[in-house]
Design a binder for this molecule. Structure first.
Ligand SMILES: [Zn+2]
Length: 318
């Protein structure tokens, strides 16, 4: 019996310790077949839950930021904080295993171009916007430039977990650079999670500066890629448009219609839920990249609050 229990214990330990490597052992073809069925856009809210459980002060820090945001919006003193558009310098951390994963500068510049389109009312698909939403479509007036590209080869990691390891040189990733003034943008080869795949995730204002920024898997980075737009939205304090709950859950924005959950694919207009038409084309929904192309005025105002005096990213605006 003792030997049986010992073997059982070993088996359990094996299961636990192998947990990290299960996904690493799935062949690539099988893995992509798996992902097609279980695609998941964003891990930001799960990561927030994780961070809240680890940092007991985070909740109150975020409450203070939310209060600041509400006061800023109440005052109605929008546009523009300094001189026109806010410029965000981006530090790319390209963490790659094989040379094909080491994204070319042209791909990174293409990603910057896409961000600049989306935050400056120049998304190529915005002509499809239903007239119902045209009055709230907003120019966020935020522009992005490449500050620095850091390339780190890690030959051991075929895949990453969305657990911030890539944000530390000591864990095979790359340390954040001046996160008060630069947007740190980590690119990893892939992020499998629970039989699906994470496209990207962001850290909301208020979190640890060492992990501040966004992470996107390399297949979702480039000239027509919109994952980074969504993640930068979170980074600038936007919530998912459905409020991460059913009808009635709030995204803290007044001009986005109530929704019962995320949209998938490319929904045709109108798609009604909770007594109104869904804004499926909003960057903070889960629609396909080519089918999302707008921020609202309310969302733009929330982002402005982050850069305003006393805002978490005030240093970036100056
Ligand atoms: Zn998200």
């Amino acid at each position: 019996m003792k030997r049986f229990f010992f073997l059982l214990l070993l088996a359990i330990m094996g299961l636990v310790s192998c947990d990290d490597s299960i996904e690493e052992n799935i062949p690539n073809e099988e893995f992509s077949a798996l992902n097609k069925e279980n695609k998941k856009r964003c891990f930001t809210m799960e990561k927030l839950e994780d961070n809240l459980s680890k940092d007991k002060n985070l909740s109150s820090k975020m409450s203070v930021i939310e209060e600041h945001t509400m006061n800023f919006i109440k005052k109605g003193n929008f546009k523009r904080l300094a001189n026109g558009a806010i410029q965000i310098p981006v530090v790319f951390h390209v963490i790659y295993r094989s040379s094909s994963e080491n994204l070319d500068l042209s791909v990174l510049q293409g990603q910057i171009d896409a961000l600049n389109e989306d935050f400056n009312l120049q998304n190529p698909n915005r002509g499809a916007l239903p007239s119902e939403f045209s009055s709230v479509e907003a120019n966020a007036e935020i522009s992005f430039t490449i500050q620095q590209v850091i390339r780190v080869q890690n030959t051991k990691k075929r895949r990453w977990r969305p657990n911030d390891d890539m944000k530390y040189t000591s864990k095979g990733g790359s340390d954040a650079v001046n996160p008060q003034e630069f947007l740190n943008f980590w690119i990893v080869n892939s992020m499998p999670y629970k039989k699906g795949q994470v496209l990207g995730y962001a850290q909301f204002p208020g979190g640890n500066r060492a992990t501040d920024g966004i992470v996107v898997a390399k297949n979702f980075v480039g000239p027509r890629a919109r994952t980074a737009t969504h993640e930068v939205g979170h980074y600038l304090n936007l919530r998912h448009i459905w409020g991460d709950g059913g009808c009635g859950a709030s995204d803290y924005v007044d001009d986005t219609p109530d929704a019962d959950g995320p949209s998938r694919g490319c929904p045709s207009y109108p798609t009604a839920e909770c007594g109104s038409n869904n804004m499926t084309m909003n960057f903070m929904d889960y629609s396909d990249d080519s089918c999302m192309y707008m921020f609202t005025t309310g969302q733009s105002n929330r982002m402005d609050a982050v850069f305003a005096s006393g805002g978490f990213r005030e240093a970036m605006a100056n």
